[in-house]
Design a protein around this ligand. Structure first.
Ligand code: PEP
Ligand code: MN
Length: 360
């Protein structure tokens, strides 16, 4: 992709000295609900009002959005509050209707980004648009699919692009509704430093109490903005009730977040080093996590060896592994000496654990 600077220019036009904030309900429910929330968000740091008009629901029979009538309510939001508006589009007809009703920002939802057919249909319908288009990450942690979505839009001559990180679904239950897997947006940011990156802590969290922490991490990683689901009566929301917060809670959260304003070279340096350090911290946590998992498997092997009365140390297998790791490591720019030292330490720790099992 060329002209990456162009991608960023739409964000610069907001002339903000804080991250871009997009807020509003998961779903537009009634005209009154839409307008009330919008009025509560007016005169805050919020620049863009979001509301889902067509809702992709995992199971049929749930509330699937109010449909086109909600676009009229969004037009009223614009007139009455001056906020820009944003909604999700999932097919060419949604695009047509959203454009007819002057929606300012269109986003592609996580369930659409997974389908190149859908993304292409939306890209074709938007061909050459001046509107801002944001691409949510696909539900599965696949960076190529996410990049593919951006490339399809870029090829359709859509220049005002950005991405939204909303986490990834996992089979394993975690404290998140959608696992953040921060290494993916970090990788995306490294490849396209000029592509505005927005975090949607609401869909990562799935619950209110960890929104602030997720948002802070995003800002520490130099994200450009936040999209936060906001509702006047969150518990009674027709969709995603557990993760929505009131406009008042949003204002409080924003004021508690530590944001970094880029004004001087010194601040530039600090921002850069902070981002890199946060990235390293994530990788280190990942390393420990992986080592912990490896040790658990080693213990299982220890149990098997105990059952079959096999010796803990299997020199032949170990030498084979080391040989492979040295070659693999070299490809990644890691010295043989380092690989040997690191794997000897890991291997020793495994043996210690296995011996405990075998002798228990
Ligand atoms: C939403 O923003 O309300 C939504 C449906 O999000 P996602 O596509 O990230 O699930
Ligand atoms: Mn939602």
């Amino acid at each position: 992709m060329k002209n990456k600077k162009e991608m960023r220019s739409w964000l610069d036009e907001f002339k903000l000295n804080h991250p871009l904030v997009i807020a509003g309900p998961c779903s537009a429910e009634t005209e009154n609900q839409v307008l009330k929330i919008a009025h509560d968000l007016k005169d805050t740091d919020v620049s863009v009002y979001r509301a889902g008009i067509w809702k992709p629901r995992t199971r049929p029979g749930m509330f699937e959005g109010v449909g086109a009538i909600g676009l009229k309510w969004l037009e009223k939001v614009k007139v009455e509050t001056g906020l820009l508006t944003a909604t999700e589009v999932a097919n060419a007809n949604h695009v047509k209707l959203a454009l007819e009703h002057n929606v300012d920002i269109l986003w592609i939802g996580a369930r659409s980004t997974v389908s190149p057919f859908i993304v292409q249909e939306i890209a074709d319908a938007l061909e050459g648009t001046e509107k801002i288009v944001l691409v949510k990450n696909p539900v599965n942690p696949d960076l190529s699919l996410w990049l593919g979505g951006i490339e399809r839009l870029y090829s359709a001559n859509i220049k005002k692009l950005g991405v939204i990180h909303r986490g990834f679904s996992t089979y394993e239950k975690t404290k998140y509704r959608n696992n953040p897997e921060w290494q993916l947006p970090i990788e995306l940011q490294n490849r396209f430093p000029d592509l505005p990156l927005i975090c949607d802590p609401s869909h990562i969290a799935g619950r209110r109490d960890i929104l602030q922490d997720i948002s802070q991490t995003a800002l520490d990683l130099n994200f450009d903005g936040l999209m936060v689901e906001t509702h006047i009566d969150p518990d009674k929301a027709w969709s995603d009730a557990a993760q929505q917060i009131t406009p008042k809670a949003l204002v409080k959260m924003m004021s508690d977040l530590k944001t970094r304003k880029v004004t001087t070279e010194e601040v530039d340096y600090k921002n850069a080093i902070n981002t890199l350090r946060t990235q390293i911290d994530f990788i280190d946590h990942g390393l420990l996590d992986t080592l912990g998992k490896r040790m658990k498997i080693a213990i299982k092997i220890g149990n098997l060896k105990k059952k079959k009365n096999v010796a803990v140390l299997q020199t032949k297998r170990w030498n084979e592994i080391l040989g492979k790791m040295i070659l693999d490591g070299e490809e990644k720019g890691l010295s043989e000496e380092f690989i040997l030292r690191m794997f000897k330490a890991i291997h020793q720790e495994s043996i210690n654990h296995q011996e405990k099992v075998v002798n228990s």
